[in-house]
Ligand binder design. Structure first.
Ligand SMILES: [Ca+2]
Ligand SMILES: [Ca+2]
Length: 95
């Protein structure tokens, strides 16, 4: 199994503890646990790709890959303006 980081970073944005898997003969699926790391960065969606390959020349697999998209759930912090000259608070001008 090959993990190709797009704009997502292993151990910062996601974590996959498996580096290889053994699929039983005749099996057509295998669960691969992926932990998505919930950071606090306001950012675009991030992606990485998993590709299944065989390291055994006697085992032929149809090379397949899937791309996972992590959708960001953070929003920018709204910073209130600092009162200063030209600022009006409750009808009173500060300058
Ligand atoms: Ca992130
Ligand atoms: Ca984020």
């Amino acid at each position: 199994m090959v993990i190709t980081a797009g704009n997502a970073t292993q151990y910062s944005d996601f974590e996959i503890s498996l580096t290889s898997i053994n699929i039983a003969t005749g099996s057509q699926s295998y669960p691969i646990p992926v932990t998505i790391i919930d950071d606090n960065d306001d950012e675009s969606s991030e992606q990485f790709t998993l590709t299944l390959i065989s390291f055994d020349a006697d085992v032929i697999v149809q090379v397949q890959s899937t791309t996972v998209t992590i959708v960001d759930n953070d929003v920018s912090a709204i910073v209130p303006p600092t009162p200063g000259k030209g600022t009006v608070i409750n009808g009173q001008s500060l300058g």
